[in-house]
Design a protein around this ligand. Sequence first.
Ligand SMILES: [Zn+2]
Length: 287
Amino acid sequence: MKRVKTLPFIVSSQPTKVDIRCCGCKSLINSDQLRLGVREYKSSSWFHYVCFWTNCYYRNHLRGVVGNTLAELVDGFSGIPPSDKSRLLTDASSAPSIGRRKSGSKLEIPYEGSEADGDYELDDNTFDLTNLVCCTVTKVQTNLHVSIRKYFVPRGRTCAKPTKYGISLNCEQWNKLELQVDDINSAIATTQKTLKEKEKEKDKKDCKDKNKLPGKEEFPDWILFSLSWKRRVGVFASGEEVVVDIREFSEEKTFSESDRGIRLKPDQWKQLQENINNINKSLRKLS
Ligand SMILES: [Zn+2]
């Protein structure tokens, strides 16, 4: 007799008619974006594919799982495009995060952490903002810095290293950022609202004149906060997300943005806020 089994996980990249919100970062998932979820009674908790591997409590249940076993755990696996399949296979077959693994497990071989899954080790004064963006507290001579930058995992290593992409804030700038967190969050909420309204308008418009392609540069508005004369925090819509951009502005180019800076996605901004106390602890420890 064939038993109907409810699989514990579910994957899909099929367009949906209803909005799905990611249980990890709480932002909306694009309707045709690859998403991974946990089956619950009658419904599912969905995550952005990347958020699943960083935020889902059950993510390690899909770790070290290969080939056919994956199809037995993840509903919809056979229905997703081959490229998504191989992506899922690659991520699932990598070992669980070393830091969280229970003792006594036999896997001790170093592996290459992948950008998406948060499988990398960091030192005590470095905090993961997800997706290989980290915030680290450093002391250069007598000066303390809070540096937010892109990291990478060298081949064959598990410890992530900083790249040159990002920005290093001095304590004064860091304190200013901290003081403006609430205002930045209100700016995010405002921008999100505008984004939704414009989307509605666009939908209406699209119905009226279907031949017109939607313009690309739709949300040029930045809400700016200042950390110092040249350093600013910008809140603006990038695609369907509202991002927080911490950047140095160049005087020569009449205060346009320079390359020095970092753009934080919603999850990363959230993680930064959650780590404020830890960052301040590190600052006290090193001072
Ligand atoms: Zn998400």
